[in-house]
Design a protein around this ligand. Structure first.
Ligand SMILES: O=C(O)COP(=O)(O)O
Length: 264
């Protein structure tokens, strides 16, 4: 009975969703190590526009990558560089307002890390287009990312940057993010700017790094192949993986809205 009650409550919440805050890599892509976006994702994103549901990308990606994506597939706002640069787009994606949240980036620290760990890590091509949050790509898969994070953190401490940056792994890259950033900071700010009610927002992701912004949202979702740390803290785990899971919950929101309309 408790499960039934919970199910009905969730359907009601889904029927009232007016925005979706989604991670990008691993969440709207077909899997957790590629960049292909399934057509099911694009189709559902088109469909939710008819219901005035706003789409917000909340990602570690560089600003130009997210801006291009938002413009072509139709998102209203972006939280990029792990919350350091946020923006809202107008109806056709032609104009936007950009807000820079972080004070400065630590490029010199990234160079130090690469000079000490060059056998294991290389700078992401995106770093040329980044201002605050920098990404490092793993070169050698024989060493676990947990071990690499520990090594990076030692270099951060040794150089006196531990009060300035956080180090995380997204599944795609290691990120050196200024402490004043973070996906939750970015989502909070853009919601205030756009007047978005986070209790009517669905948050979805694949990585433990997404938990901080998903925790702010009314309906918390992890895709089936997400990190266990995220799955333990959500309301819904999709049946399908990555983008196919995104499409599934997106279609369920539409179904819940249709049910609500029928019952009026
Ligand atoms: O750029 C990355 O490392 C991953 O980006 P994401 O936050 O969209 O998963």
């Amino acid at each position: 009975m408790d499960n039934l009650k919970r199910g009905v409550e969730l359907i009601n919440k889904l029927a009232n969703i007016d925005s979706i805050a989604t991670d990008v890599d691993g969440t709207i892509t077909a899997n957790r190590d590629g960049y292909f976006i399934p057509s099911e994702v694009i189709e559902c994103i088109r469909e939710i526009r008819k219901y005035n549901i706003m789409l917000i990308f909340v990602s570690a990606n560089a600003f130009p990558v997210l801006y291009g994506l938002a413009r072509y597939i139709g998102a209203k706002a972006i939280v990029s560089e792990n919350g350091c640069i946020i923006a809202s787009l107008n109806e056709h994606g032609r104009e936007m307002n950009i807000y820079e949240i972080c004070g400065r980036g630590y490029r010199e620290l990234v160079s130090k890390i690469v000079s000490e760990m060059g056998d294991f890590l290389k700078e992401s091509w995106q770093n040329d287009y980044r201002k605050y949050d920098f990404a490092l790509i793993q070169k050698d898969n024989r060493v676990s990312h947990i071990e690499l994070i520990q090594k990076i953190k030692k270099i951060v401490i040794k150089n006196g940057y531990d009060s300035k940056v956080n180090v995380n792994y997204s599944g795609y890259a290691f990120h050196i993010t200024p402490k004043e950033g973070g996906k939750s900071v970015g989502l909070k700010k853009i919601s205030e700017i756009l007047g978005i009610e986070l209790k009517n927002t669905l948050g979805i992701g694949d990585s433990y790094m997404d938990l901080e912004f998903i925790q702010l949202t009314g309906v918390k979702v992890a895709v089936r192949n997400a990190d266990e740390d995220l799955k333990r803290n959500v309301d819904i785990i999709t049946d399908e993986e990555s983008g196919y899971g995104f499409a599934q919950i997106c279609e369920t929101i539409i179904d819940a809205k249709k049910l609500k309309l029928q019952s009026l």
